[in-house]
Ligand binder design. Structure first.
Ligand SMILES: Nc1ncnc2c1ncn2[C@@H]1O[C@H](COP(=O)(O)OP(=O)(O)OP(=O)(O)O)[C@@H](O)[C@H]1O
Ligand SMILES: [Mg+2]
Length: 384
């Protein structure tokens, strides 16, 4: 995978690494001449004329969780990022090489099911590189001027994180091609016959894209990423470590067995592990009200998670009803996604991106050209 780049040097060389700033509020950059140009007589073609193309307080910048507790729990450095050994190995080399050359990181595409740590990794990369991280998501970049506004705010070495990148509009995607490849922004100024294409240089930056559906990305966009990495489900020991780390931050006391029980029921996903931990903490707090401190033991975790209908494999009510409907209504399959969505009342995308990956991973579902099939292991689990 190409991690060598011949890009122009960023200007922030030699500065000590600083914590990534995740916001859109940036100091006036050296792009101000571009801004003047764009704010003057120029209008972008699809724009209605009056508004400036600069997006103030861009909605995309508010994408990251505003919940301070969530942000405390989110790892900030690579060393706190548990698991994903292969991904970390590749990125450690890429970071060291880029820093050695004083280049920005190569563009990176992260893909995998929700809650496995894609956004977290983007923020960590910015911290490790000592740069800013602008966070946005494809649905917030509907109009071309949205991405233009963001690119104009970029300073050398910044990370631009685009979540759900498979949902970019075609025009936005086409603006990104030269921006990614040549750090150049091609915009159309004026309308009709007098329209002109202006090329504006951009400072070198890193685009980090995240998607749950890498297959939905157009190949020209996919090909412009120098690094393409898949995030995998976490194993039991990794999730146990994540639960213990989060418990220290909350803080709540958890025994190793209590942490393991929560981990086992977390569907290989850190976000779920953290969520279950909080619910088990609530349960323990209420049930141990008379005691001096709240403590999550294995027994407490089992009681709480059973109350939440999270079974020993982490399947919840929806997973079980999905499998049960396939058995009852479709003789276990094969059944197409659309029929399954209609029968369960769930959205096709939710089944495909949220429920199905883990059921496939644990061998409860199989995907065939004719549709999904429930396996014997799933039947056995449901009959218990
Ligand atoms: N490797 C990790 N170590 C510790 N905690 C993690 C790790 N990965 C993720 N988390 C925790 O899980 C939460 C969810 O992670 P994150 O938001 O990065 O997932 P995501 O892959 O971006 O999900 P989505 O696809 O839904 O956007 C984070 O807030 C963080 O606390
Ligand atoms: Mg995310």
């Amino acid at each position: 995978m190409a991690i060598i780049s011949s890009r122009p040097q960023p200007t922030n060389s030699g500065e000590p690494p600083k914590k990534a700033r995740v916001s859109g509020a940036k100091p006036a950059g050296k792009n101000s001449s571009h801004r003047d140009l764009l704010q003057g007589a120029a209008t972008i073609e699809e724009q209605q004329g009056e508004e400036s193309i600069l997006i103030k307080g861009n909605q995309g910048d508010q994408q990251q969780s505003q919940n301070p507790q969530e942000e405390k729990i989110r790892p900030q450095r690579l060393e706190d990022y548990i698991g994903q050994k292969d991904l970390k190995g590749v990125l450690q080399i890429a970071i060291a090489a880029a820093q050695g050359r004083n280049d920005p990181l190569d563009h990176l595409l992260l893909y995998g099911p929700p809650g496995l740590g894609k956004t977290t990794m983007a923020v960590i990369l910015a911290t490790e590189m000592g740069t800013n991280c602008q966070i946005t998501s494809a649905p917030a970049l509907e109009r071309p001027r949205d991405i233009v506004g963001l690119l104009m705010k970029i300073t050398a070495g910044d990370i631009l994180f685009i979540d759900e990148i498979h949902r970019l509009s075609r025009m936005t995607e086409e603006l990104l091609y030269p921006a990614m490849e040549d750090f150049r922004l091609d915009i159309t100024i004026g309308k009709g016959q007098s329209a002109k294409i202006r090329s504006l240089p951009l400072p070198p930056f890193t685009l980090v894209g995240a998607t749950t559906r890498v297959g939905a990305l157009s190949s020209p966009l996919r090909d412009r990423f120098g690094l393409i990495q898949r995030l995998k489900f976490y194993d039991l020991a990794e999730l146990q470590t994540i639960v213990q780390r989060t418990a220290r931050i909350l803080p709540v006391e958890v025994t190793p067995e209590g942490a393991e029980e929560i981990a086992r029921r977390s569907r290989g996903t850190p976000r779920i592990a953290n969520r279950l931990l909080k619910r088990v903490r609530d349960y323990a707090q209420v049930h141990q009200a008379s005691e001096t401190s709240t403590k999550i033991t294995q027994e407490v975790a089992v009681e709480a998670l059973e109350l939440l209908e999270v079974d020993p494999l982490g399947l919840d009510w929806t997973d079980r009803s999905l499998l049960q409907i396939m058995i009852d209504n479709f003789k276990g399959g094969p059944v197409g996604l659309d029929s399954l969505a209609a029968a369960t009342g769930e959205d096709v995308k939710t089944i495909e991106e949220v429920y199905e990956p883990y059921l496939l991973q644990i061998g409860y579902l199989q995907r065939t050209p004719r549709g999904r099939i429930v396996t014997d292991a799933a039947r056995k689990h449901l009959s218990n």
